[in-house]
Design a binder for this molecule. Structure first.
Ligand code: GLC
Length: 715
């Protein structure tokens, strides 16, 4: 869709000097907030005046961006506007739940609402490009950036990436990009960043072509099909070649097979890091390899701009490739209306969360929460009697999570304590601050029920925040045990950015609510769930391991030749652990109960060529609310290709639908399976997708542990 601007782009390109072209592929940072080193303010002002700068990140505000834009538009020779970019990952002023929480909602409308609200706030600040959505499939809880992801399943990541692109950009044809409430999206991090060995950030990723294509690439292809205008390269290597100079992923797949017409931006100093990787000899070599292998814009480091002229003279990079990179960047600037309207209306600036935005964030947070356990009817709470609210996160405003926008600095998150007080005005709500187990136990003794709020500070979640142990931080388990020792009813509320190993205390907690880092309205959303104003319906988008030693543990695994069998010794297992994770992908409870029936297939066999012609199989799943409260259930459909030329996962999520049912209500949920759902990519580096004849089992249910199945035969 961006190619429609090529006539204007070509005319402008023809008037640009080499120096101006090298400037367009350069992005500098106003502040050093999101990576190593400091801000580049002085260089930015000088280069903007000289027409030798393409983009600026980490600056927002209509006035401030207008002031800088004037230098580029009114003082430089060609007046090419700057493109302002910012990390708006889950909110600008209005902080929505972290993406991993949004994935738990199993409801793309939640992600799209975040993106739509965020885009309007962001655009009013003079920023027309967000470095979001992040779509790195990952099952690695030690990796801090799991918080930014949509978890361990490629399909769920793809559905949410599409929702975010639609919310940020508007229609897939790009027609929304010129409007005042949309911004360009950025599919990141290309590619396989979520596979970092050991969950240690920036670490090595070594994988097969089939794992690359079946596991890591699908969300990116879906995002680009939805019109994502830009892509950001990943810090890691892919099969020994850094993603910032990986011609296979960027040139062959992204720009070749997928015909991507937008541009690839480096990550923060990612081009410079090619030397540290041991891939480039020096900065000039790094510039040559990155640009030649498909990178189009350099973020913060300046090797392409610094060495581009000499590399051109030496024939080490071609003017054709440089022109292509500049063309891709200018296309987006035209699509965003920057040439016609480079400035932002300062009077129209959105200055903070509106009531509607807060309400949307509160609803998103409640829909994202997962009821992991609820025994003895502890939940929902009655809004009366004596309620103790204890734990280090009970009165904490730190629930925005990693990569929260500027709103986190200005607008407080509602604490759980304040929200419980507001939700239960008739109750005697008592609070013991901090993490003192004895004080928490004393409060629990004196209360009818206790809410224990524990978890992670935002600072130990996100980028450069990998943890080698993923228990609750020090002292919190002791606090839970002290409360449990009172024998009084209690519920644990988790405020965190990753799966945690909670097996050490979960069996002593009657109820556990996974609230995640839930954003600006976190406390109110927790109270909505605790008192039953909202019946929880979220599901886990990632497995919770029993111990760190069990990692990696994920649902879409291979069966192995010796699958687990409790009665057998020589099978794939740990001597000191039961089989499987603490909680499986797709797990989540409700205050009511549901049943789902066996999948009814419209046909039990279908010819491969019929699928290739676009024929499909309809799958109908009956679901019923068998309890006495209205509630949500997420009906999930998985497949297992039982014999394939590339061994297939024992379960692959292919469809899901979150439905709301009244007590006693029954619904028949309908799904469609087509060629894109039933085949897989082989290890062919040129990209071969196959539909193979044979049996495919179809499982339906309310988590990845579903055992109810039908069978389909491809003939
Ligand atoms: C960071 C992150 C990336 C972000 C960029 C700009 O290092 O890896 O996701 O968009 O720098 O802040």
């Amino acid at each position: 869709m961006l190619r429609s601007h090529d006539d204007k782009v070509k005319e402008l390109l023809g008037r640009m000097t080499t120096e101006e072209k090298l400037g367009q592929v350069q992005q500098l940072t106003w502040t050093g907030d999101t990576g190593p080193g400091g801000g580049q303010t002085k260089e930015i002002e000088a280069l903007a005046r000289a027409g030798r700068l393409g983009s600026v990140l980490n600056l927002h505000g209509a006035k401030w961006t207008n002031d800088l834009q004037r230098l580029a538009v009114e003082e430089s020779r060609l007046g090419i506007p700057l493109l302002f970019g910012f990390d708006v990952i889950h909110g600008f002023w209005t902080t929505f739940p972290i993406p991993l929480a949004q994935a738990s909602a199993f409801d793309p409308a939640v992600a799209e609402t975040d993106a739509r609200v965020s885009a309007a706030e962001t655009r009013s600040q003079g920023v027309r490009w967000t470095f979001s959505p992040m779509m790195d499939v990952t099952n690695e809880p030690r990796w801090g950036r799991i918080a930014e992801s949509s978890g361990e399943d490629p399909y769920l990541n793809a559905v949410l990436a599409v929702a975010k692109v639609r919310g940020y950009q508007g229609p897939a044809d790009g027609s929304g990009l010129r409007s005042g409430e949309h911004v360009a999206a950025c599919a990141k991090h290309f590619v396989a960043y979520g596979g970092a060995e050991g969950g240690r950030d920036y670490n090595t990723v070594d994988l097969s072509e089939q794992r690359l294509r079946n596991h890591y690439l699908p969300p990116f292809k879906a995002a680009l099909d939805a019109g994502a205008a830009t892509v950001m390269a990943a810090f890691n290597t892919v099969g020994g070649v850094p993603a910032h100079a990986n011609s296979h992923t960027m040139n062959s797949i992204l720009k070749g097979e997928w015909d991507f017409d937008g541009f690839v931006v480096s990550d923060y100093t990612g081009v410079m890091e090619l030397v540290a990787h041991g891939y480039a000899e020096d900065p000039a070599h790094a510039a040559e390899l990155a640009l030649t292998h498909g990178l189009d814009m350099e973020m913060v480091s300046t090797h392409i701009a610094d060495h581009g002229a000499e590399l051109l003279d030496a024939g080490r990079i071609s003017m054709e490739r440089l022109d292509d990179a500049v063309t891709r960047i200018l296309r987006l600037k035209y699509a965003l209306g920057l040439f016609d309207d480079p400035y932002t209306d300062e009077a129209a600036e959105i200055a903070g969360p509106t009531a509607e935005a807060r309400a949307a964030a509160r609803e998103a947070a409640a829909r994202s929460m997962v009821l992991l356990k609820n025994e003895g009817g502890v939940l929902p709470l009655k809004p009366g009697g004596t309620i103790a609210v204890v734990g280090p996160h009970a009165d904490s405003a730190d629930q925005h999570g990693t990569w929260a926008g500027p709103g986190r600095l200005v607008f407080d998150t509602v604490s759980v304590l304040d929200a419980v007080r507001a939700a239960a005005p008739g109750a005697d709500v008592r609070h013991s601050g901090g993490g003192d187990p004895a004080m928490a136990a004393a409060a629990a003794w004196a209360a009818d029920v206790t809410v224990v709020v524990v978890g992670e500070d935002s600072a130990i979640s996100g980028e450069a925040a990998s943890r080698s142990e993923i228990d609750l931080p020090a002292g919190q388990q002791q606090l839970i045990e002290a409360v449990a020792a009172t024998g009084k009813p209690f519920v644990v509320v988790l405020v965190n950015g990753r799966p945690l190993t909670i097996g050490g205390w979960a069996d002593r907690a009657p109820a556990v609510l996974e609230a995640w880092h839930a954003g600006i309205e976190a406390g109110n959303a927790v109270a909505d769930i605790l008192f039953g104003t909202v019946n929880p319906g979220g599901k886990l988008p990632v497995s919770f391991p029993r111990t760190v030693g069990q990692i990696p543990v994920y649902y879409n695994r291979e069966a192995t030749g010796r699958p687990y069998d409790e009665a057998e010794k020589y099978v794939s297992k740990y001597l000191d652990l039961p089989d499987g994770p603490q909680f499986v992908f797709g797990h989540g409870l409700s205050y009511t109960t549901f049943t789902t029936g066996a999948p009814e297939l419209s046909r039990t066999e279908i010819a491969v060529d019929a699928l290739e012609r676009g024929e499909t199989v309809e799958v109908t799943v009956p679901v019923a609310n068998t309890g006495d409260l209205t509630g949500d259930e997420v009906v999930q459909l998985y497949i297992h290709d039982v014999a394939a030329s590339v061994v297939q996962p024992v379960r692959r999520l292919r469809a899901f639908e979150r439905v709301t049912l009244a007590p006693g209500e029954e619904r028949r949920v309908r799904f469609t399976l087509g060629a894109e759902d039933l085949g897989f990519w082989t290890n062919d580096p040129a990209g071969t997708y196959v539909l193979e004849r044979g049996r495919i089992d179809v499982y339906t249910g309310t988590s990845s542990a579903a055992t109810v199945r039908g069978s389909l035969r491809l003939v």
